[in-house]
Design a binder for this molecule. Structure first.
Ligand code: NAD
Length: 253
């Protein structure tokens, strides 16, 4: 399979939310492709275990940097550490939470969800994109959105709002990069279907629903569409996303 030119052995890939789920599967795929991988996630044993799980796959450099993506200074420090070996080829801004937020959830819940899901992407773009653009080499910034940022099913307002913002932000980034002379960095919005991960387990889903994708399947699809040059990497619907849509349509009727 041909690859996007940013997937390049010996160059660096940075993944936020890399300790589990889609982010961990992506970090593993980048390591298998021969890239040096930087894993960023909240501090804790999951991040240490993820570092070990990625490091055993390939003879590449794997670093785990405890980072709260909602903390601009922490993301800038991460970018400064990565930049010592040159700008990264690939940055995947993927960290995200649902945290059970509702329309009338308290201001702290809203701030936490927006600060992580949307603020984390703003921080990542500001910290990494200028160096990647100036570096002039092929690069890619992948942002993990959600279908819920487009279909906005009821009962999940803070998450939906954050992911709608992520979509608008990534479109703005793609526009900016396309119009920069000599810029070889591209932007992409990954929109997963229903993937069985920590995030969906936290909704009380205790086993993989029929038709739901695994993180590895999601990442394989992402790499295929990235190679094809897609901006929207829209994973195909599965039974669970269709059920969410049916609920939304019933509500909107
Ligand atoms: P996950 O819970 O397995 O992974 C999310 C990771 O983000 C965790 O390791 C978590 O510790 C980390 N994280 C949370 N807050 C953070 C912070 N402030 N700073 C750094 N890291 C932080 O869930 P996942 O499903 O792999 O989620 C990855 C992304 O995919 C999220 O943006 C999520 O919104 C999106 N998504 C998931 C699905 C799905 O069905 N699983 C569908 C659409 C979109």
């Amino acid at each position: 399979m041909s690859q996007h030119p940013a997937i390049s052995p010996g160059r660096s890939a940075v993944v936020t939310g890399a300790a589990s789920g889609i982010g961990l599967a992506a970090a593993q795929a980048f390591a298998r492709a021969g890239m040096n991988v930087w894993l960023a996630d909240l501090p804790g044993p999951a991040l240490d275990a993820a570092r070990a799980a990625v490091a055993e796959l390939a003879a590449v450099e794997v670093r785990a940097v405890p980072t709260d993506v909602s903390d601009r200074g922490a993301v800038e420090a991460l970018a400064a550490a990565v930049a010592k070996a040159g700008p990264p080829a690939l940055v995947m801004l993927n960290a995200g939470i649902e945290a059970g937020g509702k329309l009338f959830s308290d201001a702290d819940t809203w701030a936490r969800i927006l600060g992580t899901n949307l603020g984390g992407v703003v921080n990542g773009i500001h910290a990494f994109a200028p160096g990647m653009i100036e570096g002039g080499k092929p690069g890619a910034i992948i942002v993990t959105g959600s279908k819920q940022g487009i279909t906005t099913p009821p009962g999940n307002a803070p998450y939906n709002v954050s992911k709608a913002g992520v979509k608008a932000l990534t479109e703005a980034l793609a526009h900016e990069l396309r119009n920069r002379e000599g810029c070889h960095t591209t932007a992409h919005l990954l929109i997963p279907g229903f993937v069985y991960t920590g995030l969906t387990k936290a909704r009380g889903v205790t086993e993989k629903p029929a038709g739901a994708w695994t993180p590895d399947e999601t990442v394989a699809f992402m790499l295929e569409r990235l190679a094809a040059g897609d901006f929207y990497i829209l994973c195909p619907d599965n039974e669970t996303t269709r059920a969410q849509d049916a609920k939304r349509i019933a509500w909107a009727a």
